[in-house]
Design a binder for this molecule. Sequence first.
Ligand code: C2E
Ligand code: MG
Ligand code: MG
Length: 705
Amino acid sequence: MSLRFGLQARFLLAMGVALLVVLALLALLLQRQSTMQSEVDVLGREAMQSMAADALGRRGEATVEQLADSLTNPLYYSDLDAIGIIVRAASRQPDVAYVLVYGVDGKIVHDGSYDIAAYGQVMNDPLARAAVASDRLLTQWSPQVMDVSEAISIGNQRIGGVRVGFSLAEIRANEERAAGNLNNRLLELGRRHMGWFVALLAALVAVSVVVVWYVQRTLVKPIRQLADAANAIGTGDYDAKHLVSDRQDEVGDLVRAFSDMNDSIARHDRDVRRMAYTDALTGLTNRLAFRESLDHRLMMLRGAGRQLAVLFADIDDFKRVNDTLGHEAGDEVLLQFANRIRSVVERMGGDESLLARFGGDEFVILIQEGDVRASATRLAEALVKELGQPLVVEGRQVFLGTSIGITLFPEDASGATALMKNGDIAMYQAKVAGKNCYRFYSRAMEQAVERRVHMEQELRGAWERGELSLVYQPIFRVADSRIVGAEALLRWQHPEMGSIAPSVFIDVAEQSGLIESIGPRVLRAACTAAARWPTGSGMDEAPFVAVNVSPRQLRSGDLPEEVASCLRDTGLPAQRLHLELTETAVISDEAHASALLAKLHRTGVKVWLDDFGTGFSGLSHLRRVPVDGVKIDRSFIADMQRDPDDLALTTAIIAMAHSLGITVVAEGVEKEAQFDILRARGCDLAQGYWMGYPMSAAEFALLLV
Ligand code: C2E
Ligand code: MG
Ligand code: MG
């Protein structure tokens, strides 16, 4: 926990400061008390001193006055005995230190002793002078004594004086005692005060502690709890802290309001999650939720050494449904598909299976029970079979297939991202393998895909780099073996990969869409070359060029415009351009193709159906699609001599085409025998290695002259 200056700390600090102030005040008070004590001591001593001095003074004066009176006559008569008696009597009084009677000359007359050893001596103590000089009652002080003197006179004539010294020792001792008493009383008082102070301080500390505890309980703790709860909410945890308070004060209100807010955020969060984690159309788990679940399951399985299979199912040619029947029908198809998949998965997938829609026409299934390879195989077979059944949408039957890719954990990959990628690759391979089937992922598959991806990257810009070129394979009239035209065939010479077969790279260009930029260039280049060919006198007709057009080019729709502009720009007459369309391209979307073909016809070019016979479209299609010719696929020509079926089919195609008034071209004629059979059957045109290999435009031009 980080140290910080929180509410509690502030409060403690405030309490501490208050305590310090109180302590300082107490210390000041104690100090005041001790000074007061010493002042009282001094004042007390002074008062006592002056009181004692007053009393002693008065007593002294009275004593001395009386003494002076009683000494007047004995002194006058110099009766030393009488004086001695009086002096000794006075000396015996308490505190009297000395009694001295002296003459007018200041010499001692009597000091109370029996032998009067000091008789006649001059008084030389410090107080004597003033005493002798004064003719009245005089009180003088010295540290040890109070000296009271009085002159003794008869009438106006002074005859001497008397001095009495009172010892101050006793007074001082009394004074000390009294002061000591007072001091003791004061100290006692001070101690009692001190006790009170300490008690007060303790009470203050106790009150502070109670206040701090109370503040901690009623304010700091709930605020801390709120802060913790807010933090928990911040991390998406709405259940960790259940805040309840039955307090009726502001903090109670705050806690309740906070709790309400927590509930409402939690509700919102649930809603948002539901929306974010389900597919709106089918109500299935969506990609996001599937991914989270997959991550979670992988984490659990990793330790347990268990397996898991992910199946990627993609509807074949779903785009066609959207394109031909509209998006509403598309949604309907997806819903029906989802329901079928759901029922199959529920039946065969096991309790822990998970079905998700990844958007579009892609469904993903996760299974993790038992031998997952075997379960996945069974499930995939069932799905292919079930989803191959026709759907009824808007009263129409729709035939759709499904391609499924399967990947296994931990065999194929250990991470979710890699598994998803593998599943995609395997699914793609199922498509490549002819659709409506399933494939397990394999490393080799991935390498093939990688090669493909690499090839696609290389193919981009290959035309600009001059790696792509056209060769021309001559096409002969079977009847008289004369050259009537040539088919333009694309070649790719890669600086590192060498020459790459069109069957490979054309497919890549087709799948990636690159053909849409390459196709028009081929068309233009072929037209340009053909326009330069000699239209020699020996020929009854100028040679044509046949250009292959991909299904994708056909689908894009601007083929007729492109053709027209190529012819215009190169000056090639329309009847000298033939377009070869594949059977599948034309047949998969008959209505669209028919409209396009009609448009193409209006530009004057001829349209041939390439690879005829491989698409199993049947001869009847020829009636509905307006083409000018068919090219019998070379697989039929190759087997014609061995396989009577192929020979029969070839014969039938020729007859059928002729009955429809269209041209028949035979491809892949490699032997003279094949050529002879074709001539006997009345085939119009032929091309093949026996007559001529594909060659450069210049070489072909040489053949023409
Ligand atoms: P395709 O249109 O059926 O072209 C005829 C193919 O048969 C050519 O193969 C040609 O070299 C080959 N061939 C010709 N005579 C014989 C023979 O006697 N025996 C054998 N075994 N084969 C022969 P290529 O050039 O490899 O082209 C393969 C396919 O690639 C073409 O089949 C065509 O579908 C496609 N293609 C070629 N160039 C283009 C193009 O420019 N655009 C498009 N869209 N496709 C093209
Ligand atoms: Mg062709
Ligand atoms: Mg062909």
